[in-house]
Every structure is written in structure tokens, then in C-alpha cells.
Design a binder for this molecule. Structure first.
Ligand SMILES: C/C(=C\C(=O)SCCNC(=O)CCNC(=O)[C@H](O)C(C)(C)COP(=O)(O)OP(=O)(O)OC[C@H]1O[C@@H](n2cnc3c(N)ncnc32)[C@H](O)[C@@H]1OP(=O)(O)O)C(=O)O
Length: 355
């Protein structure tokens, strides 16, 4: 009788049997395809607090009832970063589990109304673009528009357009034209302003004053945040799994040893949320409005430390509440070697000192 657990027998059996595959390759996506993501997820207080605590997002309005009340919330709501990460996590099984990397995202939007624990999330995506990669023939580049809605009311809670590198079944022939480096382009001279201005505080008026000061000369409002967060098993594997993100990049060391990163890597939403947590710790955030032009530049792995750098782009007195003004930022997350790992623009309402 066959002993299936005999190591040689078992090794041969593994080689010969079919693998029941998970996820989709580039060839499986066609523009216009609609995907309803089955799992759904109930947004819980536990998930919210786990995400916020581990990414250093400690805004009291999300932790304390009195601070929530002062912001006009009925109770501490679900944090927009956790909502975004959950809206993306659920989609991974259908869209990117095959192994493509998360390259970027834009048009991330939230409604004005807060979202509370206990809300059931329903998520669906539409394929909006399928492109070949000229530099990486074994991958294609796919973009989806995703909407997370309240399963009960149908209200949209979070929406965005995201782009991933997705493995192809058959590599493409390319001319390699996408592989130019900065040196080859002859364009590696830094082009920075002469002076950097940092706002004195974290209120809307501080950002307005810093922008006015910078406008007087060749200057920019830009500064770094002191906090850093070294990546560990919790941030790399636990947080994405808590959003039902099944990307092997975050929890399968065995498979990832033979991949471009060579190891498991941090979920892009953890990297981004950590950097945003650092930035928010130096401002009086009132409400998140949206994010655009988000890019993930290089991998973050266990042992890497995520820091943050902020550039203030604009300030407008047009927020949804008189208590705040609108500020547009560029945030750059970087690692212990000062390499940028994430960048994106963020529009947020920031509390006014006078209110
Ligand atoms: C969720 C989730 C997974 C994750 O969260 S994975 C963790 C977050 N993502 C990362 O860590 C990836 C970080 N990025 C990199 O390490 C590099 O970008 C990468 C993936 C190694 C590729 O580097 P290359 O230097 O080879 O190439 P490029 O960066 O120039 O990009 C390759 C092609 O993609 C195009 N591209 C890049 N960004 C975007 C974008 N935002 N939108 C559209 N297209 C983009 C780029 O133009 C290149 O195109 P070519 O035609 O020239 O090949 C999950 O699984 O869902």
C-alpha cells in the first residue's frame, strides 16, 4: 500500500498533482469587467483600534467619547485609514492575490458623514485599464475602480482607483524601453528651493502663515516628523490579514523568497497609514477629505523603519465646518536609508485655532 507520507513519495505526489490556484492573472481581466467581492467585512471597534494603535494614529476623536462628541460624532468612528485598508483588503482575493505589487492609487474619497463600528461593508470593483509593462514582461498593469458601500443603506463609504502589477501567464516580448535610469536620463541634479519653512503649530492658521512666509522667497513649507515605526510581524502579516487581505506578499515567506522582493513586505496601506499617523501627530486634523497620486516606490519589509516627510501645498478657507480650513499636503514615507517608499497628496480639513 502506498505510504503517502513517505518523504520521497510525497515529494513526487506534490510535483505531479494539480494545484488549485487562487487569484487571477493579467489575462483574466478585461476592461469593463465588474467584480463583487464576496467576503464583505463588518467594521469593528477591535479592528479599528488594532489598526490605529499599530500605525500610530492616536487622534483622540477616534478613541474617546468626549473628543468624538466635540468633533460632532455620536461615538468614536471608524478611522478613514482603516476603512480604506479594509475596502482594499477584501478585494485582494479576486484582484491581486496572484502576486502583483500594489503600485499606486488615486481619487480616494470619503463622504462627510462618519462611519461607525458595526457597519457591514460591501465592496465591488470595475476593471478600468489593462496595460502591458514595457520594463517587466512577466507582468501586466491593471487598474480598478473600487467602491465600498454600507451593505444596509447602499451609501458609498470609500472609493478609489488603484493600480497593481499583475503576473501574466505568458511573458510578453518587449524592447526594454521602460528600463531607463536617472543616470541614463542625465537628470539626477536635485532641484530644491533655497529655504524650508515649518509651520509653528498644527492648526490651520499655522499652515496659512507658513505658506505666506514661503511665498516671499524661494522657499517651500516642508518638514520631517520625528517618529518612526519599525516593521514587525504585526504590521507586516497581522494587520493585512485582519482586513481579509490574502496577498501572499504579506504572510507567505516561502513563496516570497522567489519574488522580486525576496521576502514578505508590508501592505501598502500599513506603510501609508503609518506615515500619515506620524504626520497627523503634528497637526490638528479635523476630517480627511481624500488622497490622490499615491505611489509605492520600493518595498518595506520586517526590520525596516517607516518615517514621514510632509510638504504643504495649499490652504483654503472652504472646509465643510467653520471650525476648520482645508489643507493640501504631499506626504512622503521613507525608510531608515532615507529612500522614499510611498508618496501621495492628501486633502484634509484642519482645525482652526480660533474655534
Ligand atoms: C495591497 C497589495 C499588495 C501590497 O500592498 S504590496 C506592498 C506595497 N507595494 C510595494 O511595496 C511595491 C513598491 N514598488 C516597488 O518596489 C517597485 O515599484 C517595483 C514593484 C519593484 C517595480 O519597480 P520597477 O523599478 O521595476 O518599475 P516601476 O516602479 O517603474 O514600475 C513598473 C511599471 O509599472 C508602472 N507604474 C508604476 N507605478 C504606477 C502607477 N501608480 N500607476 C500606473 N502605472 C504605474 C511603471 O510606469 C512601469 O511601467 P513600464 O511600462 O515602464 O514597465 C495587493 O496585492 O493588492
Amino acid at each position: 500500500m502506498t505510504d503517502w507520507t513517505d518523504p520521497d513519495t510525497f515529494a513526487q505526489a506534490l510535483e505531479e498533482v494539480e494545484t488549485k490556484e487562487k487569484g487571477n492573472c493579467f489575462e483574466d481581466f478585461e476592461e469593463g469587467d465588474l467584480v463583487e467581492h464576496d467576503p464583505g467585512l463588518t467594521l469593528t471597534e477591535w479592528g479599528n483600534e488594532q489598526w490605529m494603535s499599530q500605525t500610530l494614529n492616536h487622534d483622540p476623536a477616534y478613541w474617546r467619547t468626549d473628543a468624538a462628541d466635540a468633533r460632532g460624532f455620536d461615538e468614536p468612528p471608524i478611522h478613514p485609514d482603516y476603512l480604506t485598508a479594509a475596502t482594499l483588503g477584501i478585494t485582494v482575493e479576486d484582484l491581486s492575490e496572484k502576486g502583483g505589487y500594489f503600485l499606486g492609487r488615486t481619487d480616494v474619497r470619503f463622504p462627510e458623514a462618519p462611519v461607525y463600528a458595526g457597519t457591514e461593508l460591501h465592496v465591488e470593483s470595475e476593471v478600468v485599464n489593462c496595460a502591458t509593462s514595457s520594463s517587466r514582461p512577466e507582468y501586466g498593469i491593471v487598474s480598478w475602480r473600487t467602491r465600498g458601500t454600507d451593505a444596509e443603506t447602499g451609501d458609498v463609504l470609500c472609493s478609489y482607483e488603484r493600480t497593481n502589477m499583475i503576473p501574466r501567464r505568458e511573458p510578453m516580448a518587449t524592447d526594454g524601453s521602460g528600463a531607463a535610469t536617472a543616470d541614463e536620463d542625465g537628470d539626477d541634479e536635485p532641484d530644491l528651493p533655497e529655504e524650508f519653512v515649518a509651520p509653528e503649530g498644527g492648526y490651520y492658521e499655522d499652515f496659512v502663515a507658513a505658506l505666506e512666509q514661503a511665498a516671499d522667497g524661494n522657499a517651500a513649507v516642508a518638514y520631517r516628523h520625528e517618529r518612526g515605526r519599525t516593521q514587525d510581524d504585526v504590521t507586516v502579516a497581522s494587520l493585512p490579514l485582519a482586513t481579509l487581505n490574502t496577498a501572499k506578499q504579506h504572510h507567505n515567506v516561502d513563496v516570497m523568497a522567489d519574488s522580486p522582493s525576496g521576502d514578505i513586505v508590508t501592505y501598502g496601506d500599513v506603510t501609508r497609514s503609518t506615515a500619515l499617523g506620524h504626520a497627523r501627530s503634528d497637526e490638528r486634523t479635523w476630517r480627511e477629505v481624500g488622497f490622490d497620486d499615491e505611489s509605492f516606490h520600493t518595498f518595506v519589509a520586517v526590520g525596516d523603519t517607516v518615517y514621514a516627510f510632509t510638504r504643504v501645498i495649499a490652504a483654503e478657507d472652504d472646509a465643510s465646518s467653520d471650525a476648520a480650513g482645508t489643507v493640501t499636503f504631499e506626504h512622503i514615507a521613507f525608510n531608515q536609508d532615507d529612500d522614499p517608499v510611498y508618496s501621495g497628496t492628501r486633502t484634509a480639513e484642519v482645525r482652526k485655532r480660533s474655534n
